[in-house]
Design a protein around this ligand. Sequence first.
Ligand SMILES: [Zn+2]
Length: 858
Amino acid sequence: MKQQYKSYEESCAFLAACVEKYPDIISLENIGTTWEKRPILLATISLNVAYAKLKPALLYTGTAHAREWIGHELAIDFIDYILQNHTNNPEILETLSKNTLYIVPCLNPDGFEYSRKHFSFWRKNRRNNGDGTFGVDLNRNFSVGYRKSNNTSSNVHSGPHPFSEPETLAIKKFVDEHENITIALDYHSQGNVFFPAHKFNHESEIEGTDMNALCANMNYHIHKVTGRHYGINRGKPPTKLISGSGREYYYSKGIIAIVVEVGTRNIPDYIQNMSESVQENIPALLFALNEASNYGKSAPKRVENFHIDEFSDSSCSLKWDYEENPNVYFKIYRNLNNKMACNESSLVGTTCNKNFIDENLKSGTMYFYYIRAVNKLTKIKSPYAPKVKLKTLLDEQEFSRTIFPHAAEVGYVSEKSPEANHGHFGVNSLKVGISEGRGISYGVMTFDLSSIPENAIILDTKISLYPLNRVSAKIEKFGEWSLSIIDNETVPNIRDFDQVHEAKHLKTLGASIPSEMLTQGIWSHWDCNEFENKIVQKKLKKRKLTLKLAGPTTLPVGRDSQIMVFDIGYGNQGGGLHYRPSIDIKYTVPSEKICIELQNSMTIAPDEITHESMACGFNKDDEKIYAYMSFDLSTLPNPDEAVITDAWIEISNTSTVKKEIDIRYNVEFIDLEEFGYQDIKDRERIEFIGYEVSSAELGSKNKHHFIFDHYSKLALEEKHRARDEAKFIIRPTSVLSRDHVINWAYKGKNAAKLKVRYIKRRKFPLPSPVNLKTTIENKLIKISWDKVADDDLVGYYVVRNRWHTPKNPFDGVKLYAGVDNYTFDNYGTINMDKYFAVFTYDNVPNFSQPSSIEYKAK
Ligand SMILES: [Zn+2]
């Protein structure tokens, strides 16, 4: 098997041959010499390679860790692919005309050869430590965060001092001398995960969106080839810094730096797995290479102050600042999930303006927006502005709840550790799948539904889990992970493996996730369909919903683990409360019905007005006769606390005209103070109600429904709010007819009625908090505000954004939701400028306009 991989000697020979064959495209240099006297080769690939340094560049480094052979193998195949195809693929040629590739197929040749020939799982280089041990971990020997270690036999021994090793010193010098490097990709194995660089604090960084978007776009290309989704592990700083890594050194020099962990094993089955890993990464690498120029000196500047201006339940307007530049336009991308591609598949706007309105959005839904400036002539793009997050408002009939499981009700149960299972709940991340040690493991979680009325009608259910770590899912394309609603009655104790194992499944939600689609660092969402929503609705009566997360339950011969880890937010391994599993439920409640009897009726003809009468049509002179009706709305509930969901007028005709006479009858919602014939003719129409009925319909049935549209329902609420009557006329229309009059019932059980259905729901948000202040207390920023005294107040919602004032409670990092009138920026630093916004919310929830404050670091 090992023979299928190229040796370092073979790859050096291959590179030399390439230079001979394509001298205009590729050049080769030795950037250093290892302890065992091997050259560290770096290839430069660019169109007119002699001028490579004039173009923005991508730096590729492979196999810094000896046993991680993919980096070396992928490099050779990528170089081969570019050279073979640059003449027949104009896109590669264009990429090479604007960008340069610096590629070190193997940064650790000594270790690599040692791993190939002697000890497969060797990781370090081959420094003689002088105490009988060998090797320094090159990825701990860079200067940023360097930590000295004295344990020379350790796999992560960092060496005597930063850059003590010829390999790290060589690449450092090269990077220092090449300011044209804008992106650095360091290829390792394993995990199928991108690890972008970090400054190791909890504040967002200006390049954060760039790094996530680069990974997401590379992921898009990977997915096209093999269907895999790599994880993108950014957004949550690791608890401890990875000291002295190459990635952090490159990032410290302003380079977009990412570690790519490829495959599920260090040395995989070549034919089955490694070749797939290589093939899926080639188009992703080509994409990344093309991005280098978007971060170069000639790229347009990043858009500033990209923010939400206004939003509703179905639209949002975005604004941004940019200096006047006729050569630049903007591309706006919209995604439904974090860390998704920003390319043609998500492009929603192209404009030269500095604002954009996005429409046809779904209510109560999260959206992620991105923007880049583009040079009209060169097509070179700018870096991304920090992304903007928005949750659209709820539709006026909707309520929503986000529910998290209590710590005691989320955990995992393993087959082989019945005693330990109890202790996992609320403490350990969910380990789901199978391993030799644990046997089968299931995740299980119960959500308390008591904040939702028992009779609610579920409109949407979205379940979210945060995949924390996929490194223990070690087998490529093996097994699926699925989430099911289980019958609580069959699992009285969710900590009992046997009960969970045998649980009655009511429904498995959506599609299962095959192992190659498992991600890490990208939320997994399950959006329930109507049938699944019905099951959730039934669970409202029981006040709880229990979910079981299951993975594969068998292992192939010789393999020891196929375990996926999901975060529970609690415990030491967890990422904090933001990473709890959650269930977002959108619902409405059954409506109540009110029947409003007719208040006043009239027939208004040119010559007379008849009270207590409702007739309409045409008189002998072909003049219109109008029927008038009004309703007293005082029995309707307070319009600020109720939403009219349906309204219609029910009228019955008590006479007919000949069917062949083409008269049609409209109901109009009107504003009218005086009731003379001329007043009626000059009336102000609010809206038509429903459609007209024809003479023929009057003959075939005598009860007619005129249905209010959305606008008319609002107008009805307006009348109610103004303590006004609702007034209507029935108006005849005709092409040619005279002397035909229809009578409508105005008394008795068939008398005209206004029927209204409504739900109790607050319509408007509460006032915004006032007197927002920031102070420093115990080295933390404390945000405080005055209490809002209102019985309908449920709480305050506090959000932080480093880049702009959050106009939407979801545009930034949530710091707090609750009834206190202060909170702390717990994980934030006091040394950075940022914005805070506080919103009030009621039980719908309607969020108020934000109160915001800019914090300036001292
Ligand atoms: Zn590695």
